[in-house]
Design a binder for this molecule. Structure first.
Ligand code: Q9C
Ligand code: ZN
Length: 353
């Protein structure tokens, strides 16, 4: 399997995230990617290269998924944060004030000039630090997703966008959950634009893929599916319930499998089988898998009980769909084990493909 590695990922390295009233060390650290890269190399699971995507082509792909004012915000957010107060250069940017939705009368159509307030217009949590290298890292990560889709369009059976920050919580005009640009959505849209009539996105991260769901919610050409911790108790809390089935033309083209904390292999695999049937029933011609390894029993911030030995068969089950497939690296915070778990799944896919 071809792996596209983000050469700029380490320029995004948050120090602390707000969690229940205190700042705690970030879980989403550069070493996560290093462990995956090294394990894939150790097992010789295909070539690894950086993406080669021109700026104009990348900008066009970003604009297919994200709103212009959001992209403009992201490109300038760090400089604006430092301009607000030169001392900010030493601090990651985190929001602390938000305009609640229209029901609360706050306006979303005016972009505040105050850079700290502006963070709150675009972020949905205070756990996603933004720093000097965030835009460059996120942009190069989106290039990995685009290059992975291009490789599959050119005939590769599968490709893996190995990048961080992750992407599946980022929506058309918002960031959060450690995510800024929705790499999986960028890949899915590129597959559509490259000629695939029906693309399925099957999100296996522990957390609901709220950004991807929102991006495609009113569309019938991209089926979005997510298996995740029940939002009644699990992040991102405000989306991911089973009754979210799509809207308008997209009615029937979104499905969620919220599962309780403590869900183990058998119940998780049963939900996966339902999702696989939905992909087949949809008649997908290509597949995108936002690949989070935070379903692992040892994950420090998640609640499922999957074992390292479960991942090869999960990869094989995905391969059995027989579809051109793009994987994007999402969560997985048991840092020392994330490489083995990712490689297990991808090797299981490759062997069965
Ligand atoms: N201190 C992804 O897996 N909140 N995002 C966790 C723990 C945020 C997870 C709180 C979890 C975001 C891509
Ligand atoms: Zn996650």
């Amino acid at each position: 399997m071809l792996t596209l590695i983000n050469p700029h990922h380490a320029e995004h390295a948050g120090r602390q995230e707000m969690f229940r009233g205190r700042l705690v060390d970030c879980h989403e650290v550069p070493d996560r990617l290093h462990y995956v890269r090294d394990e894939l190399q150790r097992r010789a699971i295909g070539p690894q290269r950086p993406p080669e995507v021109g700026d104009a082509v990348l900008d066009a792909a970003l604009a297919r998924v994200h709103e212009p004012r959001y992209l403009h915000f992201l490109a300038n957010a760090w400089d604006d944060w430092v301009a607000l107060d030169p001392a900010n250069a030493q601090r990651d940017a985190l929001p602390s004030v938000w305009p609640l939705p229209q029901a609360h009368a706050f306006r979303h159509d005016r972009v505040p000039l105050n850079a700290a307030a502006r963070l709150g217009l675009f972020a949905f949590d205070s756990g996603t630090p933004l720093m000097a290298g965030t835009w460059r890292a996120a942009r190069a990560g989106a290039a990995c997703a685009l290059a992975a889709a291009q490789a599959v369009l050119a005939g590769e059976r599968s490709a893996f966008a190995l990048t961080r920050p992750p992407g599946h919580h980022a929506g058309p005009g918002f960031y959060g959950g450690y995510c800024f640009l929705n790499n999986a959505a960028i890949a899915a849209q590129a597959l559509r634009d490259g000629g695939h009539a029906r693309v399925a996105v099957l999100d296996v991260d522990y957390h609901h893929g709220n950004g991807t769901q929102t991006i495609f919610y009113e569309r019938a050409d991209v089926l979005t599916l997510s298996l995740h911790g029940d939002p009644h108790t699990e992040y991102p809390f405000f989306l991911g319930h089973a009754d979210e089935t799509g809207a308008g033309a997209g009615e029937g083209f979104n499905r969620n499998w919220p599962l309780p904390r403590g869900t183990g292999t058998a119940a998780w695999r049963a939900a996966l089988d339902e999702a696989l049937q939905a992909v087949a029933g949809f008649g997908a011609t290509a597949l995108v898998v936002p690949l989070g390894l935070d379903t692992y029993e040892g994950d420090p911030i998640s609640g499922f009980e999957l074992r390292s030995g479960d991942y090869p068969a999960i990869g094989a089950a995905l391969a059995a769909l027989g579809l051109p497939t793009v994987f994007t690296f999402e969560g997985g915070y048991a840092v020392a084990e994330v490489g083995v778990n990712a490689a297990n799944l991808l090797e299981g896919f490759e062997r069965a493909a």
